[in-house]
Design a protein around this ligand. Structure first.
Ligand SMILES: *Cc1c(COP(=O)(O)O)cnc(C)c1O
Length: 388
């Protein structure tokens, strides 16, 4: 990145139109016009870098992608309709029938479904390791392994995986190392510095940050992005220009929002550590976190997700949700509004206890996506709900 993060986030901008607007306008157009036959030929032959059709590129999606590319220290990128379309399209573009994936077991629910229900349709199998089994990764790698995939911090247990260590394993075995960096955002963590070839975001979360639009993006190595781009421009998972316009505006405030999210989250985590109804708290920047040293090495701040174990298991978790007054009960995260969830009775309620424990979801685990309300008000709401 040539300038500082905040400056690139604000000043990297689509070229001004003839109207000299200050803020980037919304380019709601499906296609673009050519001067003449030669202009059209050269454009389709990719001899010129220009917009042809908004399934390929559009000024708004390009501005959004260019910012993420700069923030992540990547070479190229492509914006997708959702985080899941970014993940699925990246895998679909890079894998062939018969290839094999090694992934951490703690991945986003729909990513897990992709690995276990859909990729097997094309004879692509995935081998999982648990967060505490990083030393088993090499034993899972086979002749046909092509991708090594992780998320860190993990959802919802907020475990940390060592990017440097896993990046070195990927390099040694010539694997494509892909990191879902959604929980950290590029402001907190840049996996490419630790050897990631591709970084994926659900822009729906902290990048939007205000719970409005869906979006996804993949950035990284030029050659890999070229394959992903060709797949996407032909199969159609592109982000809409409107969502790109919203998300590019959001990036202008990403640094100050994430700073405040993390400041509030640390206060909530410290409060929870001192509460008698709480068994344990997981937050990357608490000294009590098992991977505190790794977190400090690879993250600038601790993130906005705090997990804690309420005393009393499933029933206590349900009671806590019912007692919450201000915070929202919702499936999203990374919103200005604080959101609380109880995975074992909701999102992961259909899993067996054994399967839940594999991803760190104990009976009383509560996940808090700490928002931007005053920290005292967030803490007061959690405190009264814990006391009931
Ligand atoms: C939400 C999320 C996704 C999926 O993103 P969508 O925009 O909802 O499709 C992927 N990975 C992680 C870590 C997420 O939190």
């Amino acid at each position: 990145m040539s300038k500082h993060f905040e400056t690139e986030a604000i000043r990297k901008q689509t070229e001004r139109s003839q109207f000299s607007e200050h803020s980037t306008p919304l380019y709601l157009t499906s296609s673009f016009v050519f001067d003449d036959a030669e202009d059209m030929r050269a454009s389709f032959a990719e001899e010129k870098e220009r917009n042809l059709y908004s399934r390929f590129t559009n000024p708004n999606t390009t501005e959004f992608v260019d910012k993420i590319v700069a923030m992540e220290g990547a070479e190229a990128g492509y914006a997708f309709a959702t985080g899941m379309s970014a993940i699925f399209s990246s895998f679909a573009a890079l894998l062939n029938a018969g290839d094999h994936v090694v992934s951490c077991r703690s991945v986003f629910g729909s990513t897990h479904s992709m690995f276990t229900k859909f990729l097997p349709k094309w004879n692509i199998e995935t081998s999982y390791f648990k967060v505490e089994e990083v030393d088993l990764i090499e034993s899972l790698i086979k002749e046909n392994t092509k991708i090594l995939y992780i998320e860190t911090p993990t959802n919802p247990a907020v475990d940390i995986l060592d990017l440097d260590l896993i990046g070195k394993i990927a390099k040694k075995h010539n694997l494509i190392f892909i990191v879902d960096n959604c929980f950290a955002t590029p402001y907190i963590q840049q996996p490419i510095k630790f050897g990631a070839d591709l970084v994926i975001h659900s822009a729906t979360k902290l990048i939007d940050g205000q719970g409005r639009v869906l979006g996804g993006v993949t950035v990284g190595n030029k050659e890999l992005m070229r394959e992903i781009y060709l797949f996407a421009r032909n199969t159609g998972p592109a982000m809409s220009p409107f969502n790109a316009w919203v998300l590019s505006k959001s990036l202008e405030t990403l640094s100050i929002r994430v700073e405040k999210h993390c400041e509030n989250a640390l206060k909530v985590a410290e409060f929870l550590e001192s509460n008698e109804n709480v068994e344990f708290v997981k937050y990357p920047f608490l000294k009590s976190h098992p991977q505190y040293e790794v977190a400090k090495n690879q993250m600038k701040l601790g993130g906005n997700i705090v997990a804690f174990e309420i005393k009393g298991g499933i029933e206590a978790g349900r009671k806590f949700l019912d007692a919450i007054k201000m915070c929202s009960l919702s499936a999203n995260l990374g919103d200005t509004r604080t959101i609380v969830t109880h995975p074992s009775s909701t999102t992961h309620g259909r899993l067996s206890l054994e399967d839940r424990l594999e991803v760190g979801i104990t009976d009383g685990l509560v996940r808090v996506s700490v928002g931007l309300e005053h920290a005292d008000d967030i803490i007061a709401d959690i405190k009264q709900a814990l006391a009931l």
